[in-house]
Design a protein around this ligand. Structure first.
Ligand code: UT7
Length: 329
C-alpha cells in the first residue's frame, strides 16, 4: 500500500465457536422446575425467539471460547497468528480481573509482542471493539487485527430469576480485520447514556481486589426493550447518512442477537425485508458481545453473505451503550 493511497480496514476472515452443551428451552424449564420456578418453551419462543443456548463447562473461560473462534477466523483469512499486530477482545465476563482476556488469548494463540486489550461495552462490545480496531488500522497503528467477542454469561446468571436466566448463553465470534485500499468499514458510530446504568447491570463491585455484593445480572427487560428499539433505528440512519448511503443499499442487517422481536422491529423501521435480517438468536440466545460476530460467521459460512455485500452491524446493551458499523464485505 503506498503512503498516498487511502487506508481502510476490511474483514478478511470470520470464525465462531459455541461450547458443546446445548440446552433447549425444555431442558432449562426442567432445571428451573426443581426450584419451583415456572417457565416454558412456548413463553420463551413467543417473547424472545430463543430455542437453545449453549453453556460452557465449569472450567471453561471466555478466552477458551475465544481461541477456536479466533483460529477459525485466522484460517478463513489465510494468515497465521504471528502476523496479527493487534488483539481486541470485547467481553463482560473476562477470565480474570486482570490480565485482559485479550492477553490470555494471545498466550493461547502461542504468539507474543502485539498489542492486546479488552473492551467493555456489554452487548455493544463487538461494535465498540470493531470501531476501535478500525480506527487503529486507519491511522496505521495496526495492520492486521483480531477482533473477538467472547462471553460466559452463564456465570453471571441468577437461575432463580426466570426473567433473565432464560435469555442468555455462552459463545464467541471473531473477525480478522486487515488494512486495505478499498473499504471495508465505511462508517460507524458509538454512543452511551450513563443515565440508564441501572436498567441492565451486574451490581457486584470490585473493592480492594475482592468481588463484593451481588455478582448476578439484573435487568428491567421492558425498559431495555424500549431503549433498544428507539436507539437502533436512529443509529442505523445516522451511520447510513455518514456513509452517504440509504437503507436500500444494505444487503444484510445483523443486530445484536438478544430478542427476535427487537430485531424484526428494527428491520421493519428501516423498511427492510425480513429476508435481509440475519437471526441466529434461536440457536444460542443472547451471547452479549459474542452475538454479532457469531451471526456474521454463520451467514458468511452458509453462503448468504457474499464478498462485496453491504452489511449493517448494530449493538445495544448495558451502560446503556449502543452503536452501529456499516461495512462492505
Ligand atoms: O443484551 C441486552 C439486551 N436485552 C434485551 O434485549 C432484553 C429486552 N427485553 C426483552 O427482551 C423482554 O422485555 C423480555 C423477553 C425480557 C420480557 O418480555 P416481555 O414481553 O417484556 O414480558 P414481561 O416482562 O412484560 O412479562 C410478561 C409476563 C409477566 O407475568 P405477569 O406479570 O404478566 O403475570 C412475567 O412475570 O411473563 C412473566 N415472565 C415469564 N413467564 C414465563 C417473565 N419471565 C418469564 C419466563 N417464563 N421466563
Amino acid at each position: 500500500m503506498s503512503n498516498s493511497s487511502p487506508r481502510y480496514a476490511r474483514i478478511v476472515g470470520t470464525g465462531s465457536y459455541l461450547p458443546p452443551q446445548r440446552v433447549s428451552n425444555a431442558d432449562l424449564a426442567a432445571r428451573l422446575a426443581k426450584d419451583d420456578i415456572e417457565t416454558s418453551d412456548e413463553w420463551i419462543v413467543e417473547r424472545t425467539g430463543i430455542r437453545f443456548r449453549h453453556f460452557a463447562a465449569d472450567d471453561v473461560t471466555s478466552s477458551d471460547l475465544a481461541l477456536p473462534a479466533a483460529q477459525a477466523a485466522l484460517a478463513a483469512a489465510g494468515i497465521t497468528a504471528s502476523e496479527i499486530d493487534l488483539i481486541v477482545v470485547a467481553t463482560s465476563t473476562p477470565d480474570m480481573i486482570f490480565p485482559s482476556t485479550a492477553a490470555l488469548l494471545q498466550q493461547k494463540l502461542g504468539v507474543h509482542g502485539c498489542a492486546a486489550f479488552d473492551v467493555q461495552a456489554v452487548c455493544s462490545g463487538f461494535v465498540y471493539a470493531l470501531t476501535v480496531a478500525d480506527a487503529m488500522i486507519k491511522t496505521g497503528a495496526a495492520s492486521k487485527a483480531l477482533v473477538v467477542g467472547a462471553e460466559v454469561f452463564s456465570r453471571i446468571l441468577d437461575f432463580k430469576d426466570r426473567t433473565t436466566c432464560v435469555l442468555f448463553g455462552d459463545g464467541a465470534g471473531a473477525v480478522v480485520l486487515a488494512a486495505s485500499e478499498t473499504p471495508g468499514i465505511i462508517a460507524s458510530e458509538l454512543h452511551a447514556d450513563g443515565r440508564h446504568v441501572d436498567i441492565l447491570c451486574v451490581p457486584g463491585n470490585v473493592a480492594g481486589g475482592k468481588v463484593l455484593g451481588d455478582p448476578f445480572l439484573k435487568m428491567d427487560g421492558q425498559a431495555v426493550f424500549k431503549q433498544a428499539v428507539s436507539v437502533l433505528e436512529k443509529v442505523a440512519r445516522s451511520v447510513l447518512e455518514k456513509a452517504g448511503r440509504s437503507e436500500a443499499d444494505i444487503d444484510w442487517l445483523i443486530p445484536h442477537q438478544a430478542n427476535i422481536r427487537i430485531m424484526q422491529g428494527t428491520a421493519k423501521k428501516l423498511k427492510m425485508s425480513l429476508d435481509k435480517l440475519i437471526a441466529t438468536v434461536d440457536e444460542h440466545g443472547n451471547t452479549s458481545a459474542a452475538s454479532i460476530p457469531l451471526a456474521l460467521d454463520v451467514a458468511v459460512r452458509d453462503g448468504r453473505i457474499k464478498p462485496g455485500d453491504t452489511v449493517m452491524l448494530e449493538g445495544v446493551g448495558g451502560g446503556f451503550t449502543w452503536g452501529a458499523v456499516l461495512l462492505d464485505l
